[in-house]
Design a protein around this ligand. Structure first.
Ligand SMILES: Nc1ncnc2c1ncn2[C@@H]1O[C@H](COP(=O)(O)OP(=O)(O)OP(=O)(O)O)[C@@H](O)[C@H]1O
Length: 363
């Protein structure tokens, strides 16, 4: 009944090729002097079966990046540069009807606030029937499609019969979020984007959704990209992480690289120390001073410099490039990357980067 990783790979696919590639992507809202770039020159690559987290504070461009992966950036937003490729094919250059076909069948998304995503006057079952009717080739019969949805409801730990007959008003917030996840998986997509899947939930439901997502990933092999501001959830769930700040990627790497003792962007360090979570006792919480800049009035140089205690003159004048080490851990910080380049001025007496044991680099 369930689709495995092997099922998902198309004949002729190179299993080592990335499922999704984002190449130098820029997404702008508006034109002219008042326009903002919510996503700017972002590149990343997600492999089949990964759980990939997009992290950052509110307003950093995570949701906009998530929408652009499915080609659904809301107007007046538009892709102003770069490319998104799914199984090697450009979705930005794809005809609209083809992209529409890809959504749902191959790419799916659970939106932030998905708890209000259902039609209040139809039962969940009727809404699922409508989806199945709109995709007649996905299952050999409607009964098979319905049985698969019931299986998904079991995986998200909900009683299928009751949910099928329910209206959304009869479900709690946590139940609605889990139904939304099941609906997003109904057509057996290869990749699902989840926007803040735990944010609006109470502590117990957050825990439950994290466990359910792990189980869905294990059982279905679906590739997951999730957007969150909670690094503790990332540590628990993700295999790789990209951290965004004011529209740009500031650090990306494996969970071990981001959360281990290795080098870190001062913003990531500050995020780790600042965000309380169900998974953290909260005892070490240190708020980050200041706020994400208005994208229409960005500071010169590094966008994080006004909030960073490590900032130097160079940071205030020149935007730092994203530099990778030998294993592809990418960091965009003049100070941190000076150590990476072996510059004596950036290394301490032990030859390690100056940030290595630092806590709370941000002021
Ligand atoms: N519909 C819109 N019209 C104009 N500007 C927008 C629109 N949506 C987003 N933006 C711009 O893009 C920026 C990033 O928004 P986005 O929702 O992607 O951030 P986010 O990191 O997902 O934050 P949040 O967690 O609050 O959703 C916003 O601060 C805003 O400047």
């Amino acid at each position: 009944m369930t689709a495995t990783l092997t099922d998902r790979r198309r004949a002729g696919d190179d299993p080592s090729a990335p499922l999704l590639e984002v190449d130098d992507l820029t997404v702008a809202f508006g034109d002219g002097p008042g326009s903002v770039r919510a996503v700017e020159n972002v590149s990343l690559s997600v492999g089949t079966g990964e759980i990939y987290a997009l992290v950052g504070e509110s307003g950093c461009g995570k949701s906009t990046l998530g929408y652009s992966l499915l080609g659904i950036v809301p107007p007046p937003g538009r892709i102003a540069g770069g490319d998104v490729r799914f199984r090697g094919r450009s979705t930005t250059a794809m005809p609209k009807n083809e992209l529409n076909g890809l959504r749902g069948s191959e790419l799916s998304m659970v939106f932030q606030g998905a708890m209000n995503a259902f039609n209040p006057v139809l039962t969940i079952g009727t809404q699922v029937e409508h989806i199945l009717a709109a995709h007649p080739g996905r299952f050999s019969s409607d009964e098979e499609g319905k049985a698969y949805f019931e299986h998904l409801l079991e995986l998200v730990q909900l009683p299928p019969e009751r949910i099928w007959k329910s209206f959304e008003s009869q479900l709690s917030g946590g139940m609605k979020q889990r139904v939304a996840i099941a609906v997003a998986l109904l057509l057996k997509p290869s990749l699902v984007v989840l926007d803040e899947p735990t944010t609006a939930l109470d502590v117990l439901n957050q825990r439950l959704v994290i466990d359910i997502l792990k189980e869905l990933h294990r059982e279905l092999g679906v590739t997951i990209i999730f957007v969150t501001h909670d690094l503790a959830v990332v540590a628990e769930l993700a295999t790789r992480v990209a951290v965004m700040y004011a529209g740009r990627l500031v650090e990306s790497g494996t969970v071990d690289e981001i959360f281990g003792a290795g080098r870190r962007h001062p913003y990531v360090e500050a995020l780790i120390n600042a965000i309380p979570s169900v998974l953290d006792s909260g005892l070490r919480v240190k708020p980050i001073g200041g706020s994400v800049p208005n994208l229409a009035r960005l500071p010169q140089g590094c966008r994080f410099a006004p909030r960073c205690s490590l900032a130097e003159d160079l940071c205030r004048s020149t935007e730092p490039p994203l530099v990778g080490d030998a294993v592809g851990h990418l960091v965009s910080c003049h100070v941190v990357n000076r150590g990476l380049d072996g510059d004596a001025a950036g290394a301490d007496s032990n030859g390690t980067a100056p940030h290595a044991d630092r806590e709370g680099a941000a002021s």
